[in-house]
Design a protein around this ligand. Sequence first.
Ligand SMILES: Cc1cc2nc3c(=O)[nH]c(=O)nc-3n(C[C@H](O)[C@H](O)[C@H](O)COP(=O)(O)OP(=O)(O)OC[C@H]3O[C@@H](n4cnc5c(N)ncnc54)[C@H](O)[C@@H]3O)c2cc1C
Length: 479
Amino acid sequence: MTVLTGKQYIESLKEISPEIYVRGERIDDVATHPLLRQTVNHIASGYDLALEPEMRDRMIMRSPISGEEIPRLLMHIQQEKEDLTVKAELTREISAQRICTGCGSNMLSVTWAMIYDIDAAHGTDYLSRYKDFIIKLHKTGVPFAWCMMDPKGDRSLSPSQQPNPTDLRIVERKPGGIVVSGAKLHTTLGPGAHHVVVVPCRALGEADKDYAVSFALPIDTKGIKMIARPSPGPSRDVSMESPLSSRFLGVEALTIFDNVFVPEENIFMCGEWEQAVNLSMYFACLHRQSKCACSAGHCDLFAGAAALAADVNGLGMHVSHIRDKITQIIMNGETGYGCSLGAAVNAQQHPSGVWMPDPLIANAGLNTIRSNVGKHLEHLHDIAGGLIATMPTEADWNNLELRKYIEPALKGNPKYTTEERLRALNLVQDLAASRTTGTLLAFTVNAAGSPVTNEIVVSRMYDLEKRISYAKEIASIQK
Ligand SMILES: Cc1cc2nc3c(=O)[nH]c(=O)nc-3n(C[C@H](O)[C@H](O)[C@H](O)COP(=O)(O)OP(=O)(O)OC[C@H]3O[C@@H](n4cnc5c(N)ncnc54)[C@H](O)[C@@H]3O)c2cc1C
């Protein structure tokens, strides 16, 4: 199968009937519902972007696993070292234009590696089932959603210690399969997917073995329900406001599994609690290497928007405080991108063939870049001015009686019309003073794991003893 076009993807949604709820109501037609418009468009436009002539060579590749042409960032199992650098380059470029690339390839790759470990340790044959699923995915080309994060309840307790367990778990083992119940949180782009891929989210003990479960299922399997928020962008038609979020950015969903039967051939882990921690570790390498490049793309987006806002206001890089602030944003982006590339250069190949970026560089880089993003949003407010929070709306501009007052009052640099200035400021508003701002911050701070998880990886893996020995040698301390 060749890669789907955006239109073919939207048509494919008619073939499934998932149980999706938004604002308390069941959605009949995901493809056309106004509250899911940006989610569907985000996925559709991702397919179209991959097919654009200048992107095609890098975005589309033939999978060595299935022999099919696939969108690299969505479906590839990363078994060549070069995959990591190509991914970093594309992720930065696309995130700078539409915030989120869709990074399913990371999820499929870390799951591949974990399943390999399970088979090696237990003599099972889950990887051949998983490979069959990957081939099916590649042949049909339809998207999947990643269900890793459990609700976790009381964070001080393990899953099996919870008084009222809600984490996804096996509730029954029966001939031909298992029955699972519980929930997964934050399922990005879930309502627009065809399949769910489920994995454990943390290290588990023997008592938690029923929580050690991984499988894939069609999204419209009986008992799977998604409760989604509306997309952050406006549901009404706009041409000037929310220029990014009116077209892009999806929703996250709370995914419920209400006594769902999983047939044997769809199960990739079933009680092997010892390997649950491996998935978290691989995720900390591969996905955080991507997140460094993704956040670098966001810095590019902030830098461009800030410079444009300064220009429409009649200022620019010749003004020292504006130059300093934009340069800070640029330097943070370059740091993140450098860490993404550095982690790729130092990658190690896992026995399953998947390349794992250097965890120290990826986690240190992500922690650094994400900690500066709040400051960049402050810079956007500072450089663009208060209008990004207070300017009249697009409806006011479209009222010609009001426009005759707005036009002269909001004129800035004579090089631009008032409408062009408002368009630039609306972009900054979308980024720094809107519901999208919250989504962007959520992506920055929590997606790919909270900042302390970066610190845990770095402090555990850094060879401090070696550096203490250097210090002792320099200080001539013998013991
Ligand atoms: C926009 C967005 C998209 C996402 N997309 C997906 C997706 O597609 N699929 C998916 O599976 N997940 C997804 N996630 C989930 C994401 O990985 C989690 O939000 C993240 O790992 C943090 O987990 P949490 O939200 O449960 O917060 P918590 O884990 O509750 O963290 C809150 C705070 O508590 C601290 N904490 C938690 N437990 C402990 C403990 N035992 N001891 C000490 N401190 C603790 C954390 O470090 C943090 O500071 C997404 C998240 C966001 C925000």
